[in-house]
Design a protein around this ligand. Structure first.
Ligand SMILES: [Zn+2]
Length: 266
């Protein structure tokens, strides 16, 4: 738990391996409103946190288990909000594979999920719900127009050189969303895995440039008659050590296929 300022508190959750955080996920407490619920492995810590910091509502950016994982313990005292498209998953979470149960934990079912409001006024701030599709088709973030803050969930990829994609990701749409974020002239990007980012333009531009360059190369190799696996080999793209264990939830081929064939309109 790290205070950002008087109003916003960063709540970091993760699972530990050998006493070290494996992968952080950030939730943000704004007044009595929690943006994203953290991963289920942190459920008991979240309950302790909520006892000291009353949470009236939880806004879920998208139905990935690291973002809605603690809803089932928070709903005892808070209302859970999400866009309609994500309600079924949050109410009845799928059984996640072994790797993800270890890293994030298995979320429990949530009895009631409410519709995401268009905007919410909290602690003197206005949080406007904005669509940020690409990483997840119906993902939303929250924009504070006066401060020019954007709670951006997973809109901007964590690695500067993203090499693996998920089947639900639309890479051209992700690029278009990042371009829109640049147009929004954001001062602070409250990222779902990195925390608050202040060099928004260079941080986002690096990722756009890399992905567009990769897309250009992949498309020209595809037009020259190469298959996705041949393109992967030619571009010497290698996945992380845990790739096999993701049971096809992540893949280099998935990322390349989306860059070549998907359109930003979704
Ligand atoms: Zn996600």
């Amino acid at each position: 738990m790290v205070p950002f300022d008087d109003v916003v508190t960063c709540v970091k959750t993760s699972s530990e391996q050998g006493g070290e955080a494996f992968f952080w996920v950030y939730s943000y407490l704004v007044g009595d409103t929690l943006i994203d619920a953290g991963c289920a492995n942190a459920a008991s810590d979240m309950v302790t946190f909520a006892a000291g910091h009353p949470i009236a509502r939880v806004l879920v950016s998208h139905a990935h288990e690291d973002h809605y994982g603690c809803c089932y313990v928070l709903e005892k005292t808070a209302k859970v909000y999400a866009v309609e498209q994500d309600h079924d998953i949050i109410r009845n979470p799928p059984q996640y594979g072994e790797l993800f149960r270890t890293v994030w934990g298995q979320p429990g079912p949530v009895a009631e999920v409410h519709s995401m409001p268009e905007a919410i006024d909290v602690a003197g701030l206005r949080l406007e719900t904005v669509g940020l599709p690409g990483h997840w088709p119906s993902m939303v973030g929250f924009f504070e127009p006066d401060k020019r803050w954007l709670f951006s969930a997973d809109a901007v990829p964590l690695p500067s050189k993203k090499k693996i994609g998920m089947p639900e990701e639309n890479m051209p749409q992700m690029i278009a969303t990042m371009e829109r974020i640049l147009e929004m002239d954001v001062d602070v990007l409250f990222d779902g895995h990195r925390g608050p980012i202040t060099d928004v333009e260079s941080h986002t531009m690096t990722r756009i440039d890399y992905l567009k360059d990769l897309q250009e190369k992949a498309i020209s190799l595809h037009e020259a008659g190469m298959s996705i696996s041949e393109i992967q080999e030619r571009l010497e793209l290698e996945g992380p050590w845990y790739m096999e264990m993701t049971e096809n939830r992540f893949g280099i081929d998935i990322l390349l296929r989306s860059l070549v064939f998907d359109s930003p309109e979704g």
